[in-house]
Ligand binder design. Structure first.
Ligand code: GTP
Ligand code: MN
Ligand code: MN
Length: 391
């Protein structure tokens, strides 16, 4: 005899940030399918749908055992009609026709390839596809104007589409550490992003830089970048300065969920350990160079063998020590975790969390401030109450 209580066998908290993160995923087939639909939605500039699929996938990932029937999912949060339909399809027919047709669609393939170029987002890819560009060769032949980031992205496409290993992340960490120590003794770097969460590979490496004395970090990024450039470690970099204190009345909340720290999006030239070519005929770069014409080569036009290296995406962020805890939390990710943490703070605790601070919404005093876009806009100035709690 099965009663309702026995059927509703899983219990999962509403917000992803309230759940324990597990390394074991007992429902990978289902979460892979939902993640693919999330990716498709994001690449189609439908972020709302993307988040819905990401939330559904995260709930299934939190379950302690494989799901065998949708009945088991009754009462679980974040599972909308669409996600449930996909899950049911897979449980009953082993696959979902929507997932299969999405995966095989030419448009999805083209979106993945084009947005795989550093500097190309969903909107640009969509415009190119409407112009008949579906792959890298067509992009090169099209004569489309590329910005500096996209040129670098295309040039180093093969390297940048290979996952970065933890070893490579650590090697870059040593270089960044040396750069930071040379230009500002006492400054500290922390590995953030996916590697801080224990991931074994990533699409880039992220570092947060600070100095224990407030204010000493000002102007640090250009010096670090110059040092790296002078040593030949950078293939590309774009630095944007800190804009947190730019608004007239001091810290205001940024318009989007982008924060206002000084940051550098870069492509590193990471020297690779020398490997005897004969013993390793199928090294990563050797393979890619043969299969893709658009590679950044290790070998000059004359065929002269040069030192081996590989291109790696690296993000650097500088925060003053007073905001370090929030920056660390905000840049550790995952993106869904951060989003859920902020939603939970807002809805359940009446607080607003950013990578700069945590504010108590109950102590809000509304007034006018000058925004960077020089428009008069109503912005709430909130009392910072919780930095001690967080640090
Ligand atoms: P992989 O790099 O793919 O391994 O995953 P990741 O989790 O490291 O992703 P990513 O490098 O894109 O971002 C790292 C963290 O920084 C995530 O938590 C993001 O939410 C956060 N992040 C990235 N860009 C920004 C930004 O512009 N502002 C803020 N506040 N956070 C950001
Ligand atoms: Mn990352
Ligand atoms: Mn990053």
């Amino acid at each position: 005899q099965i009663n309702e209580a026995e059927v509703a066998e899983f219990s999962v908290p509403t917000y992803a940030c309230q759940r324990r993160t597990t390394l074991e995923n007992h429902n990978a087939v289902l979460t892979d399918a939902l993640s693919l639909l999330a990716e498709h939605a994001e690449l189609s500039d439908e972020d709302g749908r993307g988040v819905a699929f990401r939330r559904a996938a995260a709930v299934l990932k939190a379950l302690p055992k494989p799901v065998t029937s949708v009945k088991q999912l009754r009462g679980l949060p974040c599972l909308g009609d669409h996600s449930l339909r996909i899950i049911k399809d897979i449980l009953e027919n082993r696959e979902s026709s929507e997932v299969q047709s999405t995966k095989q669609s030419e448009r999805f393939k083209a979106l993945k390839v084009l947005t795989g170029i550093f500097g190309v987002g969903a909107k640009t890819a969509d415009r190119w596809i409407r112009d008949g560009i579906n792959n890298l060769q067509q992009l090169q032949d099209s004569g489309q104007t590329l910005n500096r980031a996209q040129q670098a992205g295309l040039q180093h496409y093969d390297h940048l589409s290979q996952p970065v290993t933890k070893q490579e992340a650590d090697a870059i960490g040593e270089i960044v550490e040396e750069a930071v120590a040379s230009v500002l003794p006492g400054a500290r770097i922390t590995l953030i992003g996916g590697f801080r969460r224990g991931k074994l590979t990533g699409h880039d490496v992220d570092f947060l830089i600070t100095h224990p004395e407030e204010g000493r970090e000002v102007g640090l990024m250009p010096k670090v970048v110059s040092w790296l450039e002078s040593k030949g470690f950078l293939l590309y970099q774009k630095t944007t300065r800190n804009s947190y204190l730019e608004s007239k009345d001091g810290p205001a909340r940024p318009a989007s969920n982008m924060d206002r720290f000084e940051r550098c999006f870069s492509i590193f030239k990471l020297p690779e350990e020398e490997k005897p070519a004969a013993k390793h005929p199928e090294t990563l770069t050797g393979n890619v160079e043969q299969s893709l014409p658009l590679t950044s080569s290790h070998v000059s036009a004359e065929g002269e063998a040069l030192k081996r290296w590989r291109a790696v995406r690296v993000d650097l962020v500088v925060s003053p020590i007073s905001q370090f805890a929030f920056a660390l939390l905000g840049w550790t990710g995952s993106k869904l975790f951060e989003r859920e943490l902020r939603r939970w703070a807002g809805h359940e605790k009446a607080m607003s969390l950013s990578s700069h601070a945590l504010y108590d919404n109950k102590q809000v005093e509304t007034h006018f401030v000058q925004t960077p876009s020089v428009k008069k806009k109503r912005v709430s100035k909130k009392t910072k109450t919780c930095s001690s709690m967080m640090t």
